[in-house]
Design a protein around this ligand. Structure first.
Ligand code: PLP
Ligand code: TYF
Length: 396
């Protein structure tokens, strides 16, 4: 029965974890997989999360099923985080939250929902995008299209992006990264989001906003600008929110599919269908991560602690971006890599070629994704000068 099954290579990004761990180079630097790192290169548990978990252990009374939409406390806490405390969408009661196993689980829910309820419709992804988008949407049976995002000079190519989006047939879905674009780090300005809104409206497209890094770009509120604009101005929007990065609870698998509809009636209809989609996939989402998030956001004290920790992480990354460009100055490379200080979130498209990435790995023990994507959080005070020197060596 299984004779015909061929072995395939693993995920190239997750594969970097193994390769890095096996490398014996004492100077090795991990700029690969997208997890936050502190100055010691570790991915710590946030203090607010630890405190919330202590409370949960003490106060949790049951492990019974939480239901297909997840913990109602989680939904109540996450919707205002994403849409805004005084969101007109929430005031109009036209947004529904379904807790999901991570942002990935939320994306899969969205994909299944689109296949079943918008039959024949496809989804258009930015080129480049998070590689898992492609497999996930194709795996769900959707036709996948692409729109350009980065040009040959490693800059955001907004005109080409919009030209392509204008060609998408009405009724189809366009995936947009809310902030901290993975892999490029190039985000849209307020003015550019307005253009996206105009075109989406004119072309009658359904936006699916993937929001995996809220708080990692310019701030919790600032990063939500585009998602909120679309949700407030359009009748229908899907948003997939991930708590993996901003709460540092990657392995707890915590995310939310937010469905915004024209009115309460349509929202409730969609919501009832999403319960079926969730039930047929995994029945109920894992509870622990959602409970942590609810515990934090419901407590003024824990929420303030969490916001301060998130700000510290964001400031560290943005500081490293500036420091790294400065460290490249003596090599005459500050201008060439100036984009690193302008990009936002964990990732930077450096513009390095696959060959240069390979040399960084074989000669310097510096691990990056082949596309030239670097996880800026993997830089630190200790390795910054070493990495700058290595960049200079492969750039000459
Ligand atoms: N979307 C993007 C753009 C991502 O980079 C990630 C990262 O893993 C995800 C979604 C999925 O996040 P999660 O780990 O919550 O499934
Ligand atoms: O892009 C990244 O590095 C993160 C983590 O299949 C990730 O989004 C990478 C690959 C994958 C799942 C998560």
């Amino acid at each position: 029965m299984f004779e015909h099954i061929k072995r395939v290579p693993g995920d190239p990004i997750l594969g970097l974890i193994d390769a890095f761990n096996k490398d014996t180079n004492p100077n090795k630097v991990d700029l690969g997989v997208g997890v936050y790192r502190d100055d010691h290169g570790t991915t710590p548990i946030m203090r607010a999360v630890k405190e919330a978990e202590a409370l949960l252990v003490k106060n949790e009374t049951t492990k019974a099923y939480i239901g297909s939409h997840g913990d109602p406390r989680f939904g109540k806490a996450v919707l205002p985080m994403v849409l805004g405390d005084d969101s007109p969408v929430l005031a109009a009661n036209r947004a529904s939250g379904t807790q999901a196993p991570g942002g990935t689980g939320a994306l899969r829910l969205a994909a299944d929902f689109i296949r079943v309820h918008l039959p024949g419709k496809g989804i258009w992804l930015s080129d480049p995008t998070w590689p898992n988008h492609l497999g996930l949407f194709e795996g769900a049976g959707l036709k996948v299209g692409k729109y350009p995002y980065v040009d040959a000079e490693n800059r955001l190519d907004f005109p080409a992006m919009m030209d392509a989006i204008r060609q998408i047939p009405a009724g189809n879905v366009v995936l947009l990264h809310a902030c901290c674009h993975n892999p490029s780090g190039f985000d849209l300005s307020a003015e550019q989001w307005q253009t996206v809104l105009d075109v989406v409206r004119e072309r009658d497209l359904l936006p699916l906003v993937d929001f995996a890094y809220q708080g990692f770009g310019d701030g919790l509120e600032e990063d939500a600008y585009g998602a909120r604009l679309l949700a407030e101005q359009l009748d229908e929007v899907l948003i997939t929110s991930s708590c993996s990065k901003n709460f540092g609870i990657y392995r707890e698998r915590t995310g939310c599919l937010i469905a915004v509809a024209k009115d309460t009636e349509q929202m409730e209809n969609v919501r009832s269908q999403l319960a079926i989609t969730a039930r047929e996939n995994y029945s109920n989402p894992p509870a622990h991560g959602g409970a942590i998030v609810a515990e934090i956001l419901e407590s003024a004290e824990l929420a303030a602690m969490w916001r301060a920790e998130l700000t510290e992480m964001r400031d560290r990354i943005n500081g490293l971006r500036r420091d790294f460009v400065e460290a490249l100055q003596p090599f005459g490379l500050a201008e060439k890599f100036a984009c690193i200080a302008e990009q936002r979130g964990m990732f930077s498209y450096t513009g390095l070629s696959p060959e240069q990435v390979e040399t960084l790995r074989s000669e310097f023990g510096i691990y990056m994704v082949k596309s030239g994507r670097a996880n800026v959080a993997g830089l630190s005070r200790d390795n910054l000068a070493y990495v700058a020197k290595a960049f200079a060596a492969v750039s000459s």
